[in-house]
Design a protein around this ligand. Sequence first.
Ligand SMILES: Nc1ncnc2c1ncn2[C@@H]1O[C@H](COP(=O)(O)OP(=O)(O)OP(=O)(O)O)[C@@H](O)[C@H]1O
Ligand SMILES: [Mg+2]
Length: 261
Amino acid sequence: MAEKRIISILSGKGGVGKTTLSVNLGAIAASNGKEMVLVDGDLGNPSVGLHLGLWGYTAGLQSVLAAKCGLEQVTIVHPATGMRVVPSTLEYSSNVKMSKLKDVLKAATYRSFIIDSPPGIASGVEEILSSCNETIVVVTPDIPSVMSAVKIIEIARKKGVKVDGLVLNRVQNKRYEMHEKEIESTCNVPILVSIKEDRAVPESISAKMPAVLYAPKSKASRSFQQLATELGFSGKAAGVKGRGGMMARFFAWLSRLFGGE
Ligand SMILES: Nc1ncnc2c1ncn2[C@@H]1O[C@H](COP(=O)(O)OP(=O)(O)OP(=O)(O)O)[C@@H](O)[C@H]1O
Ligand SMILES: [Mg+2]
C-alpha cells in the first residue's frame, strides 16, 4: 500500500498565516472530495477550531495522544465542506506527549493529513517533523520571518522531510519588503505561491469560515486554490484533467468502435 501523505505546515516566526493556510487547503481538498484530515498540532495555542467555528468538543488530539481514544473518535466533520478535523482541546495539559503522534497517525484509518503546527521550534514541532513526510513553510516578506524559516528548513531536511516549498504570505509589494528571488535564494527553496495582504482573510476568520468559502473570488482565495492545484488537492490539476480527457476520448472511441455508432 502507498505511503500515507502527511504534510506539515510550518514557519520560523509565529503569526505568519499557518492556520489560515491549513484550514483553506483542507477546505479545498474536502470540497473536491479528497481526504485530507486537518490535524491541529498546535497544542499550546490551538486555533483550527476557532478559525472554523468548531467548538464545544470535549476531546481532541490530546485525548488520542494520551491513548484515551482513537483518532477517528475525536474527528469532527466541518459542516460546510465535509472536511475532517482533529481539533486540539483548548485547555492546556502539560503531560500530553507529542512523541506518540507518529504512531497515532500510522494507526489511523485515514491516509492523508495536513498538520497545522506551532511556530519555530516550539514544543511539538520536532515530533511533527518526525511524523510527516512533506512540509510547507510559510513566510512573510521580512528578514526575521525568512531567517527563522532557514532554521526550520534545515531541521526538516535533516529529518529527511521533503520541503515542498515556501508560501509567501501577506505581500503588499512595498519597497521595504524582501523580493521573491531574495527569499528563494536565502532559503534555497522555491516559492510555491505568493499571497497578497487581503482583508478577506481576517474577515473570514471573524466569520469562522475558510476564506475560500467566505470570499471565493478574493485574491487570497485564488492563491489558496492555485496552491491546492499544485499540491494535487483540487482535482483540477492540469495533468489530472489532461489524463482524464485522454482516457475519456479513448473510451468514447472504443464505445463507438464496438457500439457501431
Ligand atoms: N493574506 C493575508 N492577508 C491579511 N491578513 C492575513 C493574511 N494571512 C494571515 N493574515 C492574518 O494574520 C494573522 C495570523 O494568521 P494565522 O493565525 O493563520 O497565523 P499562524 O502562523 O497560524 O499563527 P501562530 O504562529 O500564532 O499559530 C490573522 O489575524 C490573519 O487574519
Ligand atoms: Mg496557528
